[in-house]
Design a protein around this ligand. Structure first.
Ligand SMILES: Cc1cc2nc3c(=O)[nH]c(=O)nc-3n(C[C@H](O)[C@H](O)[C@H](O)COP(=O)(O)OP(=O)(O)OC[C@H]3O[C@@H](n4cnc5c(N)ncnc54)[C@H](O)[C@@H]3O)c2cc1C
Length: 687
């Protein structure tokens, strides 16, 4: 079981437990438990720092930040048996819902983490509640248009692409499920209320200083450090990596509220949707329905500082705005009101020596399209196996260089896509004569002028009047209303508005695609057609497409069918301790390949499992060999090839089997992928 230490940030009422239910009972909430580092099960010792008498915690990987990125990384490292410590400065999971859309690739990754995918699916509301977006005058008011995102992806078609499908579960409900999985991981230690303060000089590895919620300073030493510490990453700052792009696209006021009355009206009127884009003379904004069951909503309302000040958004003002956005008097409770800056930023590099950045610390996009959290989880998936293989001696440290190159490329792409998505929402606003870009421009001029103090108040009032005037164009009494409605219908029916499903970017992204050219300032326009028909391919750098396999197992001297309908995505996950080498050849070539692999593995053991596809090379399978049947015809693979798959499911190499296949030739291929013959003490490494 993972060790878990909890404490409230700010030094009051700390409490904790180190691993067991018994300890939780002995030290209930509110009671102080002195934290002994030596108690933390998965770390190596509780030595003292000689000069300062600070406790020293040693681990293989230190992760700063216990958001979705940090926790995913911890879970995945633990699945490789790699000791890791997560330092999280908060005392508990925040109750702000934040991200909520979980894409297919993230769900595939969750399938590799205990029963996480199954549990996320079970907690996710029924799809009828979130399958559409509504464009409306008010959540319970007139609807201008509605888009159902699943109309064309329903049924078998999406099942052909993956063993799983997308889900809708807010971050504050997802994280507790992840923590439950974490508690089952003996290699993970999660420290609540522990803040990373900075890096300290180190001869080998990484050394950092931290402070607990009780004000105790500590030294943490690790082989590697991963900064998953969000938008304002201190780890990023400590290693001097810059973020580039647009740091201020729009100011947004986030209002988290619950209203069971609103939820039950939506249900009884069959008007459920994931997002409500609201346009009326009093308020323009987006209402996110996080959970109809619990009545959890977040309103995202654009605001324009300095013409509008944060202090204007009092609970009373927000309550009035919400009622205007709902268009009906309902009971509601506001939980918090937080300004938020929408930006489009990507870090110059995702790695400096032994320090990596992942998630929001490395990239920030507009939320349109829901790529924020998903990209972070997928960063963790790319990084976990690389660190694990290097620490286990199965791969050379050079493999770690590929992390920044691969993930930064995807971050830049997802940023461009998210900006394009945001612009789609702006197009709809323009249908109502609202132009946030223009508003920002005018207000920028006003804000310059307001620096001259005698002009300040009149100009601020002028700015506010402009905003009100803009919103008036959304009035149902506007003479332009019929034209607005026609234009909007055009946008919605021509599928030119914001989408929810992006199969190509979700599961079709490719690490070998050419980089998008970006100088570090304005992001280039999203280069692709709005809607492309995605058909998966076997291509170097891409995720190997989902296939249903018939898996054979040994029965005496033969190998017989054992299990039908196993997805290759899951097979890769189950065998993540080794690369899979799919052999597509007739049984004669398969036999030659098998003997070359055996010769090679006898002298130097690489972390590789050979998978013979549709052709038995003869006799029963040996350890390190699998036999499967699969229909690959739609993927049009070449024959007489070996396809090498990495533990994250991406194709590392496709190589034609030469006529004179030898173990030397195979060795060259594997070494060039960064794999290393395992050292003797690691030869029995089984997951
Ligand atoms: C208000 C809001 C609304 C959002 N809505 C959406 C949405 O609708 N859809 C979407 O896809 N994305 C949304 N996002 C973005 C999404 O939530 C993030 O992309 C996602 O949370 C990133 O996860 P992460 O783990 O990388 O970072 P975070 O979730 O930010 O986690 C970082 C963690 O690091 C901890 N930390 C920071 N500094 C330190 C330190 N020095 N020491 C120890 N711990 C530290 C923090 O306490 C935090 O728990 C939203 C974000 C915000 C703020």
């Amino acid at each position: 079981m993972a060790s878990l230490i909890r404490g409230s940030w700010g030094g009051v009422g700390c409490w904790g437990r180190a691993g067991s239910r018994l300890e939780a009972a002995l030290f209930p909430a509110g009671r102080c438990l002195r934290l002994q580092v030596a108690e933390i099960g998965s770390t190596s010792s509780g030595d003292k720092d000689p000069g300062n008498k600070r406790e020293v915690l040693r681990t293989s990987v230190a992760i700063v930040g216990g958001g979705p990125t940090g926790v995913t990384l911890s879970l995945l490292l633990s699945s490789f048996g790699i000791r890791n410590v997560v330092l999280e400065r908060k005392a508990r999971v925040s109750n702000h819902p934040q991200a909520h859309f979980i894409n297919t690739r993230t769900m595939e990754i969750f399938r590799q983490i205990g029963r996480l995918e199954e549990r996320v699916r079970a907690k996710s509301p029924p799809m009828s509640e979130w399958r559409s977006f509504r464009y409306c005058e008010g959540v319970l008011g007139h609807t201008f248009g509605k888009i159902d995102h699943f109309e064309e992806y329903e049924g078998e078609e999406s099942r052909d692409l993956s063993p799983t499908v997308v889900a809708h579960l807010s971050q504050n409900r997802l994280l507790p499920l992840m923590h439950e999985e974490l508690e089952k991981c003996p290699s993970s230690t999660f420290l609540w209320g522990e803040e990373f303060l900075g890096l300290a000089p180190a001869r080998d590895g990484v050394r950092m200083t931290t402070r607990s919620c009780r004000g105790e300073d500590r030294i943490v030493e690790a082989d590697y450090l991963v900064g998953a510490d969000g938008a304002h990453s201190l780890v990023r700052e400590a290693v001097g990596i810059q973020m580039k792009g647009d740091g201020h696209m729009q100011s947004i006021m986030n209002v988290h509220f619950t209203s069971r009355a609103l939820a039950s009206s939506l249900k009884s009127e069959a008007s459920e949707a994931m997002l409500y884009f609201v346009y009326n003379p009093s308020v323009v904004g987006v209402i996110v329905a996080h959970s109809i069951e619990t009545g959890d909503f977040v309103a995202q309302i654009p605001f324009f500082p300095p013409v509008e000040s944060v202090s204007k958004y009092t609970e009373e003002h927000c309550s009035n705005l919400l009622l205007s956005a709902i268009r009906r008097k309902v009971d509601l409770e506001i939980h918090n009101i937080k300004p938020w800056t929408m930006s489009a930023l990507v870090a110059d590099d995702f790695r400096r020596d032994r320090v990596f950045l992942a998630g929001d610390s490395a990239h920030l996009f507009p939320p349109a399209g829901g790529f924020g959290m998903n990209t972070g989880v997928q960063d963790a998936h790319n990084l976990a196996w690389k660190i694990a293989y290097v620490l286990r001696g199965s791969a050379c440290p050079s493999i770690l260089h590929t992390y920044s190159r691969e993930r930064r490329k995807i971050a830049i792409k997802n940023t461009c896509l998210s900006i394009a998505n945001f612009e789609e929402t702006v197009k709809v606003a323009r249908a109502f004569g609202l132009d946030p870009g223009l508003a920002s421009g005018v207000l920028k001029v006003i804000s310059q002028a307001t620096k001259i103090s005698p002009l300040q108040q009149p100009l601020e009032r002028f700015g506010e009047s402009l905003l009100t005037l803009g919103k008036l164009q959304t009035s149902s009494l506007s003479p332009l209303r019929p034209f607005q409605q026609m234009y909007l219908q055009g946008l919605l029916t021509q599928e030119r508005s914001l989408r929810l499903l992006y199969p190509e970017e979700d599961i079709g992204f490719c690490y070998e695609d050419p980089d998008i050219e970006w100088s570090g300032s304005k992001f280039p326009k999203w280069p692709k057609a709005r809607r492309s028909n995605f058909s998966p391919k076997i291509r170097t750098g891409c995720r190997f497409p989902h296939l249903e396999l018939r898996l054979h197992c040994n029965a005496g001297a033969a190998t017989l069918p054992q299990q039908d309908g196993v997805s290759i995505i899951d097979l890769i996950g189950e065998h993540k301790g080794s690369f899979l080498m799919l052999v597509l050849a007739n049984s004669g070539r398969g036999k030659e390949f098998r003997s070359a692999v055996r010769d090679l593995q006898e002298e130097s053991q690489f972390a590789v499992t050979t998978v013979f596809v549709n052709s038995n090379p003869g006799g029963a399978m040996e350890p390190g060999e699998l036999l499967v049947d699969a229909d690959l015809s739609h993927l049009e693979p070449q024959s007489d090839v070996a396809i090498v798959l990495r533990p994250d499911g991406h194709v590392a190499r496709i190589f034609k089997l030469p006529i004179d296949l030898s173990s030397e030739c195979l060795q060259r291929e594997l070494l060039s992928l960064g794999l290393k013959p395992r050292e003797k003490e690691h030869r029995n490494f089984e997951l």
